[in-house]
Write a protein that binds this ligand. Structure first.
Ligand code: GTP
Ligand code: MG
Length: 219
């Protein structure tokens, strides 16, 4: 199987929103990480808009809406079961009109082995690219630090179908060390952008390679 090499992040054209997709398997921390990223961008005086494109899991809209209210950011959603590509279309139209940037897209958890779900993700990428040139400009793969070698398969498949540009490693506050990212960086050249160390919006840290490697050898 040929694996597409990791894509580099792209820049939106001047005046257009940066579009960031957040992807990964079920329960890894995508939605929580979106809240953390929103907080991070707000601190940089940017105005994130959240696209609730997880229309699959019950209560996914409500979960993202609670974060959006708490953070005071806009959210675009539709009814459960709606086509996620339609939400992306709406969210990008709203962001362009209101000059919100970046647009952060919450996607449903999906197993990297389910062909139809990965095809759906490809369609979402295509629609985004039709609305804003170069979109999605970043595709962040969320990986749970407790994941073992399967994380490498996840990274390969999400890169193949959605052009992953970076990784956020979550749940590093637990006992797991996330050593699988070493193999991912080696094979796919994907940068690790942040690590998640808890459940609040402040629990997102820039990745520090030295500290990470040292922690791998701690007993
Ligand atoms: N301890 C800890 N818990 C986390 C971290 N990130 C997320 N969580 C928790 O992990 C659980 C799942 O988080 P979600 O953000 O709902 O995960 P998701 O990937 O959006 O899940 P689905 O949408 O169902 O696929 C929640 O209880 C979060 O609070 C982290 O860095 N550390
Ligand atoms: Mg979620």
């Amino acid at each position: 199987m040929a694996t597409r090499p990791a894509s580099a992040p792209k820049q939106p054209p001047p005046g257009q929103p940066e579009v960031i997709f957040v992807v990964g398997v079920n329960g890894v921390g995508k939605t929580t990480t979106i809240a953390k990223l929103s907080h991070y961008y707000l601190q940089q005086n940017r105005r994130p808009l959240l696209a609730a494109a997880d229309t699959f899991r019950a209560a996914a809209n409500e979960q993202l809406e609670i974060w959006a209210d708490r953070l005071g950011v806009e959210i675009v959603m539709q009814h459960p079961g709606a086509d996620p590509a339609a939400i992306i279309f709406d969210a990008l139209a709203a962001a362009k009109k209101r000059h919100e940037d970046p647009v952060i897209v919450d996607t449903a958890g999906r197993l990297h082995t389910k062909y139809n779900l990965m095809a759906e993700l490809e369609k979402m990428c295509r629609i985004a690219g039709r609305e804003v040139p170069g979109a999605p400009h970043q595709v962040l793969l969320i990986l749970d630090a407790t994941t073992g070698q399967n994380g490498l398969q996840q990274a390969r498949q999400f890169t193949e179908h959605a052009g992953t540009t970076g990784i956020i490693l979550t749940k590093l506050d637990g006992t797991a060390k996330g050593g699988v990212v070493v193999a991912i960086v080696r094979e796919l050249g994907l940068p690790i952008q942040f690590v998640g160390i808890g459940e609040t919006v402040e629990d997102l840290l820039p990745f520090n390679p030295r500290e990470f490697v040292e922690s791998l050898f701690e007993t």
